[in-house]
Design a binder for this molecule. Structure first.
Ligand code: OXD
Ligand code: MN
Length: 650
């Protein structure tokens, strides 16, 4: 263990020590805002220890009020960090340093004493993809090379936040310390934040989140776009046992809004394992059929597969209604009384990928960010509107332009350069984002903040699978469904540092967000699915299958309701609409409503090519042996054997 003071064990709260430490440690650091002495003692201690380590110019305790947000926005506008998007009410554009635009998976680590608590026992020479481990000793060294004095000359904001409705039985509290006021604003949208969270802390523990942009003052290098960051020294480290997150060098998204991926997935899946629940990369949606019966589903897709679009789907079939509970993360727990699985969305906002979002693809997301939203790395029109790839047509229609006029429209791209539609390059960064309050979504579910959550009847996995995988299939059992989840694959995404279009494994859509040994995580799923729990049915969908000349076989978007209709009928126990195949139950021809759709090549869309699946099973086994190895629960290898046998007999 390093000698780093910030790593000292936290120990029991001894109030006399706390008072002593606090007065001593805050001696030389002024309070810019808030009342330090009114913080709960354990929070005082956390703040004081970390302030001593990072040496900020002062401490700013966030109360979460509108006035506070307005003050911060005014300052950021004055400094040029935010630009008001004049066409809307309280919408702002932020351009980052172009080197800081996405999650940095290669610099993301789980820090545990035992390596195999974090990662699987992969064979010699194999690089594990389900998370990275760092030893406590190494972490101490890395921390000492970054955090001492890292907030010199900058304020340290103290952000108390709740993931989930404040005080709810499934909710958890975190405190984030950050030197980025952009982070404060985004955390205010993405979480429930402020004084009221502290009031509910009581005897509960909180997740300790420490974030710095990593550029103390005086700054010796050029700051680009008023966006301080330190790309060479990025580190995102989690200490699950200590419920602690340390993030350095990046101000962007999941790297800095620590309530999201770091807490609500990587740390929370550890808490969930200890406490008997699950933290998953899943949307939650309520679907009401034309007869008025509502069901909730949770769906896991890798990043950039359209979770936000699905969660806010506008059904193309009359009579159906969809309402969103969450678009990215689900915390789910089986209820002791009725045995059903209940889910909450721990977040309070949407941090959605902007490009591709339009009134055609996701009108409800568009309505959600007409005010009080922050747009990061999108483009701007001369009239103060946001712009990104996918908005060309509606902009043209809105202005009544012809093609030539559209090409002359003045746009400033995400790099701050003049740009026109048709010019080389993209106007917006492919991972540019909107940050919008969930409550502004016109189809937010009235129960989206129900503290006990909503009951889940189906779990859906999916990915971008151009080849071989039918539109929808249903698992034979919970165990088979867990195997299907462990074999989720998808084309790469701009949300991380990957480029290109290769199909990558993304087990349970959790590959970048796994917080402990993936084999044990699968075992946790298997354990939770047992009686008396009433495990939901598990399905797999693929909206992205292509013809040999790369045309999508399925229209997707609002038409996905047709597939959800079939899924919910299966949940209701309708038998005669399914056909047994080697990989699972698929819809019988005619059982998915295709009315009013242009011709769908059903045979191609639903085909299960034997050669493809033979190869896929072999590849899956190799993958699981290489990546999960001896940590893979035997039950799942049995499931894979059965799948292989069925495919052989096809
Ligand atoms: C996200 C992601 O930002 O999954 O939600 O990358
Ligand atoms: Mn996500």
């Amino acid at each position: 263990m390093s000698t780093s003071r910030s790593l000292l064990p936290l120990g029991k709260d001894d109030f006399s020590v706390v008072t002593e430490v606090v007065t001593h440690k805050l001696n030389h650091i002024p309070i810019f805002k808030g009342d330090f002495s009114s913080l709960p003692p354990k929070v005082q201690r956390f703040v004081a220890e970390k302030a001593e380590l990072m040496n900020p110019a002062g401490i700013y305790i966030c109360d979460g009020s509108q006035k506070e947000a307005d003050d911060i926005i005014d300052k950021l506008v004055e400094r040029g960090v935010l630009t008001p998007l004049k066409a809307y009410e309280n919408n702002y554009l932020c351009r980052t340093d172009p080197r800081d635009v996405a999650r940095v998976e290669s610099k993301t680590f789980m820090v545990t004493k035992e390596k195999y608590d974090s990662v699987c026992r992969v064979p010699e020479g194999v690089k594990g993809i389900m998370g990275q481990w760092m030893s406590e000793e190494q972490f101490g060294v890395e921390l000492d090379a970054r955090f001492p004095g890292c907030m010199n000359g900058r304020p340290m904001y103290v952000i108390p936040f709740s993931m989930g409705p404040i005080g709810g039985p499934l909710s958890k509290i975190g405190i984030e310390l950050t030197d980025s006021s952009y982070v404060v604003l985004c955390m205010r949208t993405m979480t429930r934040m402020g004084t009221k969270v502290l009031d509910s802390l009581g005897d509960n523990d909180f997740v300790r989140c420490i974030h710095s942009v990593g550029l103390p003052r005086p700054v010796r290098q050029k700051v680009i776009n008023h966006w301080p960051c330190n790309p060479e020294k990025v580190l995102i480290a989690h200490r699950p046992k200590e419920r602690e997150i340390w993030s350095f060098g990046s101000g962007y998204g999941g790297n800095s809004l620590l309530g999201k991926k770091c807490f609500a997935l990587r740390i929370a899946c550890n808490i969930g394992r200890d406490e008997g629940w699950m933290a998953e990369h899943m949307l939650i949606m309520g679907i009401t059929n034309p007869e008025g019966k509502e069901r909730f589903v949770a769906a896991a897709f890798p990043s950039a597969c359209g979770k936000t679009n699905l969660a806010m789907l506008e059904p193309s079939v009359p009579g159906w209604k969809v309402r969103v509970v969450g678009d990215d993360i689900a915390w789910m727990k089986f209820n002791k009384n009725d045995g059903r699985l209940y889910a909450i969305n721990p977040e309070a906002g949407f941090f959605g990928v902007a490009p591709g979002t339009s009134h055609k693809t996701n009108p409800m997301a568009m309505e959600s960010f007409q005010k009080n939203s922050i747009f990061t790395n999108v483009a701007e029109t001369a009239d103060g509107e946001y712009f990104w790839e996918g908005l060309e047509k509606e902009l043209k229609e809105k202005r009544g332009y012809n093609d030539e006029e559209l090409k002359h429209l003045e746009i400033t791209n995400w790099l701050g350069e003049r740009w026109h539609i048709g010019d080389a390059g993209k106007s917006a960064h492919p991972n540019s984002r909107f940050t919008a309050p969930a409550g502004q979504c016109p189809i937010i579910h009235p129960k989206w903040e129900a503290p006990e959550g909503v009951p889940i009847d189906a779990i859906i996995f999916g990915g971008r699978r151009p080849e071989g995988v039918p539109l929808v299939y249903e698992s034979f059992s919970w165990e088979h469904g867990v195997l299907i989840g462990s074999l989720v694959k998808s084309e790469a995404t701009a949300a991380a540092e990957y480029t290109g279009k290769q199909v990558m494994h993304d087990p349970m859509a959790m590959r970048p967000f796994m917080g402990y040994n993936f084999g044990r995580y699968l075992q946790h799923w298997l354990d939770l699915g047992k009686a008396p729990h009433k495990a939901p049915k598990i399905f797999h969908v693929n909206w992205f299958r292509e013809t040999s000349d790369h045309k999508f076989l399925w229209p997707g978007f609002g038409d996905n309701i047709r597939v959800l209709d079939w899924i919910l009928k299966r949940v209701d126990g309708v038998e005669d609409i399914a056909e047994k195949t080697a990989i699972g139950f698929i819809p019988k021809r005619g059982s998915v409503d295709l009315s009013e759709l242009p011709r769908i090549n059903w045979n191609e869309l639903m085909s299960i090519p034997k050669h493809y699946w033979e190869e896929d099973v072999v590849e899956s086994r190799q993958f699981l042996q290489a990546q999960v190895g001896p940590d893979m629960p035997k039950v799942l290898y049995d499931q894979l054997d059965q799948l292989e046998k069925r495919v052989k007999e096809m």
